[in-house]
Write a protein that binds this ligand. Sequence first.
Ligand SMILES: Cc1cc2nc3c(=O)[nH]c(=O)nc-3n(C[C@H](O)[C@H](O)[C@H](O)COP(=O)(O)OP(=O)(O)OC[C@H]3O[C@@H](n4cnc5c(N)ncnc54)[C@H](O)[C@@H]3O)c2cc1C
Length: 288
Amino acid sequence: MKPAKFRYARPSSIEEAYELLERYGEEAQVLAGGQSLLAGLSMRLATPEVLVDIGSLNSLSGIALQDEEVVIGTLTRHTTVLNSPVIHQYLPLFAEAISHVGHVGIRNRGTFGGSLAYADPAAELPACVVAHGASVVLGGRHGRRRVKADAFFTGLMQTALRPSELILEVCIPVRRAAQTHVFAELARRHGDFALVGVAGLITLDGDSISEARLSYFGCVDQAAVARDTSAALVGRALPLASTEELVKALGGDIRPTDSPGMRAATKLELAAVMTRRALNALQPSASP
Ligand SMILES: Cc1cc2nc3c(=O)[nH]c(=O)nc-3n(C[C@H](O)[C@H](O)[C@H](O)COP(=O)(O)OP(=O)(O)OC[C@H]3O[C@@H](n4cnc5c(N)ncnc54)[C@H](O)[C@@H]3O)c2cc1C
């Protein structure tokens, strides 16, 4: 199929972009890397009157360490994040997660902010920003506002973004020295969207977990902190011997649905198995 007719605008300043978004409201759609939107246009899932291409707003791209946060501009490509020494040093969870986002061609075009705005519940980055306690900075003609990542995702492919707003940047607290990260995903092929995945930050006190903040993707309908599971892990010693407790706690956090080839109950079990494996891998001597 071909896209429905649309007008194309390529603003040369953020103010011009705000003006266009304000003028056309819900009839406008922002174009960033185009890796999700162009497919949606071709299938006529999206039929905007105007496409506002923000690709030439270079000030929205870049990675900077500011105080205790890494600030990632919305237009920063996945590949740039993947190759950034700042990300590897301060946010290694993101370096690991992005290597699972699509394939090289998609990572070369797709943007960090685009992934968050699209809010696909099977995508890696929404889960990672929630696990890291990040904030998303939104801007419009009214000014800027900062929204915590766990309040930014409001439902299945729904966010707190207003039609006249842009994501400008994402501020992610650096991983503390005592913290380590966990990441695991199951996909049919490397680069496919995840069927089940977990991302999170863990603090260990010897063999025991003293803090945990996990978030799931692929088996959820929106990125959120898995509060019951994270709480159930505190005080537990590694390696975890079984998944029994995890399955119980996960039942309070995620409600997977049946999909072709995989039942909801299987996804719940897999989420528990992958969490246990990821946690046990933090102990080099432990068997998975
Ligand atoms: C074959 C294939 C496989 C993929 N596999 C994965 C995968 O495994 N994991 C994964 O996470 N992703 C995957 N993706 C998606 C990819 O990561 C996209 O890059 C990402 O979802 C969207 O980013 P984008 O910059 O391309 O956004 P676009 O496609 O340009 O836009 C997506 C949506 O976000 C909105 N938007 C974009 N930027 C902004 C902004 N700054 N402010 C407000 N709204 C904005 C747009 O209006 C649109 O609604 C895949 C894509 C393809 C085609």
